[in-house]
Design a protein around this ligand. Structure first.
Ligand SMILES: [Zn+2]
Length: 489
């Protein structure tokens, strides 16, 4: 394809992302179509065609080379975040938290209920959902919080919720459940097609597995953090119990000695080098990676030391770095940030949603904390490989190279029917052109390309084209890679 951009200063402007020319070039790149964008190259090419009198002989390993290695991943899901709104907007809002998620390649977050007021009933659920609906930049769903006396009403709210969160250890007093009889009430009444997730450490974790067994229903454990807990989970899985778990990047990559004392507090606490090794040794029993994104400002951390780290913006680069070091495979990463979260929580598809990352880019995590209002990260200064380049949600380009292209409220509650709203007008060159004018021809071309390729499925392995123009691809799945041990529900 020959497509010549408008002559200009040479610098990209955000508004230029929306021109017909940009979109056409982008489609060519997305679909691995050779593209010429320079007038002199185009003239040479036409002249060469005239001389060779036919299709040019081309060797893709030689004729199209790039130093970039861009891959396309499915829209990633973080099943454990705290958005702090309502109640603590000085440290995170739905706007700032979902912007951080988007910049981190996360297209859907499941938000915890320990807000102020906590999300424990219909009124609170509607309050939080109104805030999220008007501000979110990525898709989301909301957990309900279990209390000693709300099991009946939560069962009714369950279809619209991400799941039920039970706080069973010292962390958030308002939602802590001390009585095992109350646990059993929730395990018996909360619908089986919605997951119960538990903050349960050490002996409490073992007790919850007992309750799950006697009530015969699945349970998911948040932020498993040490050798003892992962050992219990492995044992439960070996015995066929319906148990799944998540591990946070900070428990996988940091020990308690890696973070200054005044910033170190997190629940569960950072472990020893042996705990970290035990998590890596039992990777097959870890179903999900989830950030437990728990933002507090630096000032709060240094004065009163509340537990929690922000994390949603840096999880993917951190894990891609482990892929580069060969501690993880790309399949391990996709299973734990997409396939397993979707299956365990019964999440619907996010159609035409994907993330492009440049695996070749090496950079250092800055100290400013990115989009989160926490404005710090325990990973500051760490060198990582892999940067999020582009995020597309439901066919809309939401994020390109650090620029956010959608508006607050673009994100949807994936458990609820979308509220009818007018398609957002997007910035474009010249002022007249808008998303409506672009939508028709653009989408029909995309449909045609998907049809020609025989599938629109994101995970369908495309032909490896690693030495070509930075087109999107997924390496073919290895047939000998060991399956993750996840019970089938
Ligand atoms: Zn949490």
């Amino acid at each position: 394809m020959i497509n010549l951009p408008i002559k200009g200063s040479g610098a990209y402007r955000v508004s230029a992302f929306r021109t017909h020319g940009y979109r056409t070039r982008r489609m060519a790149i997305d679909n691995g179509i050779p593209l010429i964008t320079d007038i002199k190259c185009a003239k040479l090419f036409v002249e060469a065609l005239r001389l060779v009198k036919g299709p040019p002989l081309m060797h893709p390993q030689v004729d199209c080379l790039t130093s970039h290695q861009v891959v396309r991943l499915p829209g990633l899901i973080d099943v454990h975040v705290h958005m702090r709104e309502p109640g603590a907007c000085h440290k995170e809002t739905w706007t700032s938290g979902t912007l951080a998620a988007l910049a981190g390649g996360i297209t859907c977050v499941l938000a915890m209920p320990n807000t102020n007021p906590p999300c424990v009933g219909n009124a609170e659920f509607n309050t939080v959902n109104d805030l999220a609906e008007s501000q979110a930049y990525c898709d989301y769903a909301l957990y309900l919080g279990a209390t000693a006396n709300n099991s009946d009403k939560l069962a009714e709210l369950a279809p619209t919720a991400a799941g039920l969160k039970m706080y069973l250890n010292e962390t958030f007093a308002a939602l802590k459940l001390d009585n095992v009889t109350d646990w059993i009430k929730h395990f018996n009444t909360f619908p089986r097609d919605r997951m119960i997730v538990c903050h349960a450490e050490r002996q409490t974790l073992a007790a919850v597995i007992g309750v799950a067994a006697i009530t015969n229903r699945p349970v998911h454990f948040c932020h498993v953090s040490n050798a003892e807990e992962i050992g219990i989970i492995c044992e439960a899985k070996r015995n066929g119990l319906a148990v799944t778990c998540e591990v946070a990047p900070h428990h996988l990559l940091l020990t308690k000695d890696d973070v200054p004392e005044q910033l170190r507090a997190v629940k569960p606490p950072l472990g020893t080098a042996e705990d970290v090794q035990a998590l890596w040794d039992n990777l097959k029993s870890i179903d999900c990676f989830a950030t437990d994104h728990a933002p507090h400002t630096l000032e709060e951390k240094e004065t009163s030391g509340p537990p929690g780290f922000p994390g949603v913006e840096v999880m993917l680069p951190l894990l891609l770095t482990e892929v580069a070091k060969k501690r993880l495979t790309m399949e391990d990463l996709i299973e734990r940030l997409y396939t397993n979260p979707k299956r365990i929580f019964g999440l619907p598809d996010q159609p035409n949603t994907y993330v492009e990352v440049d695996l070749s880019e090496e950079w250092t995590i800055p100290t400013d904390g990115g989009f989160s209002k926490a404005k710090w990260t325990p990973f500051a200064g760490r060198k990582v490989s892999g940067r999020v380049r582009r995020v597309v949600i439901r066919g809309e380009e939401a994020f390109i190279d650090g620029q956010v292209l959608v508006k607050p409220g673009f994100g949807r509650n994936i458990r609820m029917e979308p509220t009818p709203r007018r398609t957002q007008r997007l910035p474009s060159i010249g002022g007249d052109s808008d998303a409506f004018q672009m939508e028709g021809p653009y989408k029909s071309v995309m449909r045609e390309l998907a049809y020609r390729r025989g599938s629109g499925a994101l995970l369908a392995p495309l032909k490896p084209i690693s030495a070509r123009t930075p087109a999107a691809y997924m390496p073919p799945r290895k047939t000998d890679s060991p399956p993750t041990s996840v019970p089938p529900w």
